[in-house]
Design a protein around this ligand. Structure first.
Ligand SMILES: N[C@@H](Cc1c[nH]c[nH+]1)C(=O)O
Length: 368
């Protein structure tokens, strides 16, 4: 029976065993990869003062976050919508004295008030890594390669990475001192929609080639190099090439230099990860600066719920039913050998219906 109070709010759901199992496996596989590359896990809290989430990175707005007054401190708290700013806070405060570069990993739930039309989920399990103290091409190369390894460890295939340059328009506009701030904003808007006519009308004719510098990495790069006659982008383009070289043939690389969607605080480099059968982005990352300490950093976040649905299903677990009176030491040995055990509680149970594949008979598992 479902009564009204049993309904979950829009965009929130229970993950039942099969789905929760996939999520757990995906999480474990990815966290193991981060750990093996020297990333130490930290666990920031689910909520904190709104003001501290707000000021850590430029471009973050708490408008999309669930906020409420804490009855105890009477201050406004916000539910995190992204863990990266929290890692920034940790790096700038309790771990300010730790040696750099500092490598941290995390995994936890985040929430937003309104999701996008494409993805109605309002809760997201984020898993990621942040490399604090560097936003160089070498740091970015490490992060992109690490993100790809994590996706592969989770069993995902068909991985591709789309590189972007979130602050590209600002960098180019800074070269042209005569440009008014509202013209820059209009150019940004038209580039977001890749509207060539609109871009011209907004006074951004010189930016038209950017719309075409999109696609497979090598081609798009050549177009960008041509466009960059003045050399304003030189070091950035070299950086992108160095990152691509580090990725090698681990994933297909594309370039969409003006893509800003989902990049609120990333600076010269941003990337979006895609994988076969994953709806939307599998993850995102890039370079940024931590507000307050102004320290450079690079990181990425994987959206585990989206990934888990596309990850291959784990092997069906062998579960053995232990009738009343079983030997505890025998059961312990079976578990050590990789069996799952389910102990009988009452006479009326149906082991097969409960998901058991075997039953313990004469000390041995017998197929059901
Ligand atoms: N946390 C960002 C991605 C990111 C991590 N580090 C830097 N950027 C996101 O989820 O979009």
């Amino acid at each position: 029976m479902t009564d009204n109070t049993d309904l979950l709010p829009e965009g929130l759901e229970d993950r039942l065993p099969a789905s929760a199992d996939r999520i757990t496996r995906t999480m474990r596989a990815c966290l193991d990869v981060l750990d093996s590359h020297g990333y130490d896990r930290v666990r920031p809290p689910l909520l904190e003062f709104e003001s501290s989430l707000n000021r850590r990175m430029q471009g973050i707005s708490t408008r999309s976050m669930f906020r409420f007054v804490d009855p105890s401190s009477l201050r406004t708290l916000a539910l995190r919508s992204d863990i990266t700013p929290q890692i920034g806070r940790i790096a700038a405060t309790s771990m300010a004295e730790a040696a750099r570069p500092l490598r941290l990993a995390y995994c936890g739930d985040t929430a937003v008030i309104r999701a996008s039309q494409l993805d109605p989920a309002r809760e997201r399990l984020q898993l990621g890594a942040e490399l604090i103290g560097a936003d160089t091409a070498a740091a970015a190369g490490e992060m992109v390669a690490l993100a790809i390894s994590a996706l592969k460890a989770a069993g995902l295939t068909g991985i591709s990475v789309d590189f972007t340059m979130p602050d590209l328009v600002d960098t180019l506009a800074a070269q042209d001192l005569s440009m008014q701030p509202d013209t820059v904003e209009a150019i940004r808007r038209e580039l977001d929609t890749k509207d060539a006519g609109g871009l011209k009308a907004a006074g951004g004719e010189a930016y038209l080639p950017l719309i075409h510098a999109t696609g497979p990495f090598a081609d798009a790069m050549a177009t960008l190099r041509d466009l960059d006659a003045g050399g304003a982008l030189g070091t950035r383009l070299d950086g992108l090439e160095a990152i691509a070289a580090q990725v090698g043939d681990a994933a297909r690389i594309t370039l969409d230099p003006t893509e800003r969607h989902g990049f609120e605080y990333q600076s010269w480099f941003g990337f979006t990860l895609y994988a076969a059968n994953v709806r939307g982005a599998a993850g995102r990352g890039g370079t940024y600066r931590i507000g307050g300490s102004d320290e450079a950093a690079t990181g990425f976040t994987l959206y585990v719920d989206a990934l888990a649905d596309a990850a291959p299903q784990g092997e069906a677990a062998q579960t053995v039913y232990l009738p009343t009176g079983f030997s505890a030491s025998k059961a312990k040995r079976l578990r050590a050998d990789g069996w799952r055990t389910v102990a009988q509680l009452s006479a009326s149970e149906d082991p097969k219906a409960m998901g058991c594949t075997h039953i313990l008979e004469n000390g041995e598992p017998k197929a059901l």
